[in-house]
Design a protein around this ligand. Structure first.
Ligand SMILES: NC(=O)c1ccc[n+]([C@@H]2O[C@H](COP(=O)([O-])OP(=O)(O)OC[C@H]3O[C@@H](n4cnc5c(N)ncnc54)[C@H](O)[C@@H]3O)[C@@H](O)[C@H]2O)c1
Ligand SMILES: O=C(O)C[C@H](O)C(=O)O
Length: 310
């Protein structure tokens, strides 16, 4: 199983580290445009192999896509992250050109690859890869909901003063400060709805904190987060590589599901060896449907800024 990660920056390197530590991939190739940067990150990570006990071989390359040939899975983290006070949508101008050219180089050398898009604004970058490549739609996946759901579970566990592993919950919708739809109604602690333990006000606070999870960390760190993003991507990579048939909210191209068309947005999907093997349509309340519609309008508006004729 060969995994390529484009962008050896904070998220790319964190993802490489978690993939290696989980020890399911034979090879991880890191690629970056900065001279020697991916090679350096790969060497540093390989020097943890004997300490962490993994056998995955990590190599780095400065923009040489022949090294990525025949990758099974590729992760795109190349591009710029936001700074405090910015929205993810403001990154579109620089990141769209980068994501488009990276996707094309990846597919040239790995025609059967499954691509996981991470660069922001992620739903729009995922849509861009759909619109500018010939990969089947199940092989293009946007990562946002897995991270947002992990943050949602963290906030719930904080409120309940319990381990996050006791908590289940999911965030669907767009990966943006206003577009996320945390499904608090369905969140549980060991199958018991969180409303049995928490007031409506506390749940509403958790929902708001979850939606601005990325912005909160960006303000604290001066750039956007990387540990949880890297871990979230590594979970998607593992689900595909190990054909786990696990359900994650991912940005998927919708063709009528949830009453939405011609956009990529976070919905529950089953991930296995064929990428998105199924989009799971769950019954939403009218209020949740309205939030999902509003979120989709935001994503479509950002998609409208893409120049797809270039
Ligand atoms: N979807 C998500 O949930 C999520 C989470 C975290 C970060 N992100 C996004 O991921 C992206 C990367 O974030 P980061 O913190 O790792 O940034 P970073 O600056 O640490 O790393 C980005 C790397 O991309 C490289 N790069 C730029 N252009 C390239 C190209 N054409 N080919 C190859 N490499 C190229 C840069 O040299 C840099 O090393 C940002 O757009 C950020 O907003 C998304
Ligand atoms: O917040 C960001 O800009 C990065 C990422 O999308 C995140 O949610 O951490």
């Amino acid at each position: 199983m060969k995994v390529t990660i484009v962008g050896a920056g904070a998220v790319g390197a964190s993802c490489a580290e978690y993939v290696a530590i989980k020890n399911f991939a034979s090879e991880v190739v890191l690629i970056d445009i900065k001279e020697d940067y991916a090679e350096g990150k790969a060497m540093d990570l390989m020097q943890t192999a004997s300490l962490m006990g993994f056998d995955t071989k990590i190599t780095g390359s400065t923009n040489d896509y022949t090294k990525t040939a025949n990758s099974d899975i590729a992760v795109i983290t190349s591009g710029i992250p936001r700074k405090p006070g910015m929205t993810r949508e403001e990154l579109i101008g620089i990141n769209a050109d980068i994501v488009k050219s990276v996707a094309s180089s990846l597919i040239e050398h790995s025609p059967n690859v499954t691509i996981i898009v991470v660069s922001n604004p992620m739903d729009t970058m995922t849509y861009l890869v759909h619109k500018t490549t010939n990969l089947p739609k199940n092989r293009i996946i946007g990562m946002g909901g897995a991270l947002d759901s992990a943050r949602f579970k963290y906030r719930i566990s904080e409120a309940l003063e319990c381990p996050a592993s006791d908590v289940d919950g999911m965030v669907i919708g767009g990966h943006s400060d206003t577009g996320m739809v945390p499904l608090a109604r369905l969140a549980t602690r060991n199958s018991v709805p969180i409303s049995a333990f928490l007031s409506e006000e506390r749940i509403s606070q958790i929902t708001e904190d979850t939606k601005v999870g990325g912005a909160t960390l960006t303000k604290m760190l001066g750039t956007s987060a990387w540990y949880a993003p890297g871990a979230a991507v590594s979970s998607l990579v593992q689900a595909i590589a190990c054909d786990q048939k696990k359900m994650f909210p991912c940005s998927a191209l919708l063709e009528g599901e949830y009453g939405l068309n011609d956009l990529c947005i976070g919905v529950p999907v089953i991930l296995g060896k064929d990428g998105i093997e199924k989009i799971v349509e769950i019954e939403l309340t009218d209020a949740e449907k309205a939030k999902m519609k509003e979120s989709s309008e935001g994503v479509s508006k950002t998609n409208g800024l893409l120049d797809l004729k270039k």
